[in-house]
Write a protein that binds this ligand. Structure first.
Ligand code: PEP
Ligand code: MN
Length: 271
C-alpha cells in the first residue's frame, strides 16, 4: 500500500460491530430489502417476507443517487418514517444511504447503519462528517476506485473517530457492453489480508442482473465475506429503480435457504 493507512491496517483482531443481536464481522449478516422505499405497503410486505426467511437487516434507499435527474429521487424523510415503521413491526434494524452532509443528522435519527454509496466514496467532506458520528457505517466501494483508494476512504472515517466501518464490495466499471460492471471478488481476500474490518458483498449492484445474483452470492461467500446485501422487491418489474437486478420474494427465499449453509462450510475451508 502506497499511502499511510495507519488505522485501517492496524485494526485489532476479530473486529466486531454489534447491530441489535448480530455481531457483524463474526456472525454472517444478510441485508435485504428494496432498492428504493416506494410506499409503506411495499416496504412492509418486503420487510415481513425477508425477515421470515432469515434476513437480519432491512435495506431501502430514501435518498437515491440517480443518473438522471428525472428519475425517482426517493421519498426522503417520509421514506425514513416508513423504514422505521417496518423496523418496529419486524424487529429488523435499518440501513439506508446518506448522500449529503446536510442529511446526516436526519438519517442518523432513524437508521441503525448509515450507508455511503459508491458515488460518494471519495466525497471527503461527507466522510469527515460521518467520522464524527457514533453509528456503524457501510462504506461502498467506488465503482471506479482501487482497493487502495477505498481503504483510504475508510481511513478518513476511522480518523474522525468512528471505528464502526463495514466495507461493501459492489462491483467496478468494466468494458462489458451490456452490464458495464464486474463484481470484483479478488478484493475480498485482499481486503481480508490487509485489515480486520468486516467486509460484505452486494451482488445486486455488482451484477445489475437478477438472474446471476444467486451464483454470484455463492461465489462471494466462497471468497470469504462476512455477509451479503441483496435487493429484493415484491414486484421487481414495476420497481421505481433498478428493475433488472432486484430479486422477487420467491427468488430471495430460495437464495436465503442456501447461503447460511454455504457460509458455515466455507468457514471450515478457510480454517
Ligand atoms: C444502493 O445500494 O442503494 C446503491 C445506490 O448502491 P451503489 O452506491 O453501490 O450504486
Ligand atoms: Mn439499487
Amino acid at each position: 500500500m502506497k499511502n499511510k493507512l495507519n488505522l485501517v491496517l492496524n485494526i485489532e483482531n476479530d473486529f466486531v460491530i454489534p447491530v441489535n443481536d448480530i455481531d457483524i464481522g463474526k456472525d454472517f449478516v444478510l441485508i435485504a430489502g428494496p432498492c428504493s422505499v416506494e410506499s409503506e405497503n411495499q416496504t412492509l410486505e418486503i420487510a415481513r417476507a425477508v425477515k421470515e426467511v432469515g434476513a437480519n437487516i432491512l435495506r431501502g434507499g430514501v435518498f437515491k443517487p440517480r443518473t438522471s435527474p428525472y428519475d425517482f429521487q426517493g421519498l426522503g424523510k417520509l421514506g425514513l418514517k416508513i423504514l422505521k415503521t417496518a423496523s418496529e413491526e419486524t424487529g429488523l434494524p435499518i440501513i439506508t444511504e446518506v448522500m449529503d452532509v446536510r442529511d446526516i443528522e436526519l438519517v442518523n435519527e432513524y437508521a441503525d447503519i448509515l450507508q455511503i454509496g459508491s458515488r460518494n466514496m471519495q466525497n471527503y467532506s461527507l466522510l469527515k462528517e460521518i467520522g464524527k458520528i457514533d453509528k456503524p457505517v457501510l462504506l461502498k466501494r467506488g465503482m471506479n476506485s482501487t482497493v487502495n483508494e477505498w481503504l483510504n476512504a475508510a481511513e478518513y472515517i476511522l480518523l474522525g473517530g468512528n471505528k464502526k466501518v463495514i466495507l461493501c464490495e459492489r462491483g467496478i466499471r468494466t468494458f462489458d457492453w451490456e452490464y458495464n460492471r464486474t463484481l470484483d471478488l479478488n478484493s475480498i481476500p485482499i481486503i481480508k489480508s490487509l485489515t480486520n474490518l468486516p467486509i460484505i458483498v452486494d451482488p445486486s449492484h455488482g451484477t445489475g442482473n437478477q438472474s446471476i445474483v444467486k451464483p454470484m452470492s455463492f461465489a462471494a461467500i466462497a471468497s470469504g465475506v462476512d455477509g451479503l446485501m441483496i435487493e429484493v422487491h415484491n414486484n421487481p418489474k414495476q420497481a421505481l429503480s433498478d428493475r433488472k437486478q432486484q430479486l422477487n420474494l420467491g427468488q430471495f427465499k430460495i437464495l436465503s435457504a442456501k447461503i447460511k449453509e454455504l457460509y458455515e462450510f466455507t468457514k471450515t475451508l478457510n480454517q
